[in-house]
Write a protein of this length. Structure first.
Length: 282
């Protein structure tokens, strides 16, 4: 019978642990794998590639998504928003169709970054569009300040070049559990305030807030605390914007469909091109 010496057993175990750790690291690094489910502290983000601006709105609120641009609106500018869900985007096709601005998902939580961000963010800029970045919020994973800093550090910054929109904060239904991420209305308001104030301290701009009226009422108690400061980007898939969340007298951007041409999510800016340029310039 072979004799296992304590030292050799320890070395064997150590080698095995090292091998398993290396395999795990390689798996985590594989783009698009299930393990690209990003780990954030002790909380995982299982499918960040499936979370984009409006991904949960259609699921929870429905509405018409004909893909047709709304009519009867004065002085609006066509835009799109994209995420890793779209992969490499044909920006020249979108430009030729009349699209003039874009929002690109940069981050989620404090660990996920869009692997297609460079192609989408720089590609839209290179064809002449005004573009900005957005952050998909996970308020139960870390503080608003932590997520704002992560966003700014990974593509969500701003520069006064006339072609960069202020970053946007995507507040919508939780794709991983409780609608309001387990936060009370007051805690949610404080989380958004923390994100917003941190973003402004880092960039000098107030972030745009993307949210639906229904979610806002449910999860913030229909707070009116942001309407006088943060531009509103509202999703509603139908013929009109409809009721706005408390505090906002008007919307800045309307995501009017999730089934538009070339990429699904299409938007209208509430104003003429010179007003969109003014928003970019701050």
């Amino acid at each position: 019978m072979p004799v296992h010496r304590p030292g050799s057993v320890r070395r064997a175990l150590s080698a095995l642990i090292g091998t398993l750790a290396a395999l795990l690291a390689m798996t985590l690094a594989l783009p698009g794998s299930a393990f690209a489910a990003q780990v954030q502290g002790d909380k995982a983000i299982p499918h960040p590639e499936d979370d984009w601006a409006g991904s949960q709105i259609a699921k929870h609120e429905g509405g018409s998504t004909t893909g047709e641009a709304p009519t009867g609106l004065l002085a609006t500018v066509e835009g799109v928003d994209v995420s890793s869900h779209q992969g490499n985007v044909s920006w020249s096709t979108l430009w030729s169709s009349g699209v003039r601005f874009a929002y690109v998902k940069a981050t989620e939580g404090t660990s996920y970054t869009n692997p297609y961000f460079a192609q989408q963010y720089n590609g839209s800029y290179n064809v002449g569009m005004i573009r900005g970045a957005y952050h998909f919020a996970l308020p139960n994973n870390s503080t608003g300040a932590a997520q704002a800093n992560y966003f700014v550090d990974h593509g969500g910054g701003w520069s006064k070049d006339g072609k960069t929109l202020p970053g946007a904060l995507d507040m919508e239904y939780n794709p991983y559990g409780a609608t309001c991420y387990g936060l009370s209305a007051s805690a949610m308001v404080n989380w958004i305030k923390s994100f917003s104030s941190t973003y402004k301290s880092r960039t000098g701009r107030d972030p745009v807030i993307y949210t639906s009226t229904s979610w806002w009422k449910t999860c913030t108690g229909n707070s009116a605390a942001f309407g006088g400061v943060n531009p509103l980007w509202i999703p509603r898939y139908g013929s009109s914007v409809g009721e706005l969340p408390a505090g906002w007298g008007f919307h800045t951007i309307w995501q009017y469909t999730s089934t538009g041409p070339t990429v699904g999510d299409h938007n209208k800016f509430n104003g003429a091109m010179d007003r969109l340029q003014a928003l970019a310039n701050g």
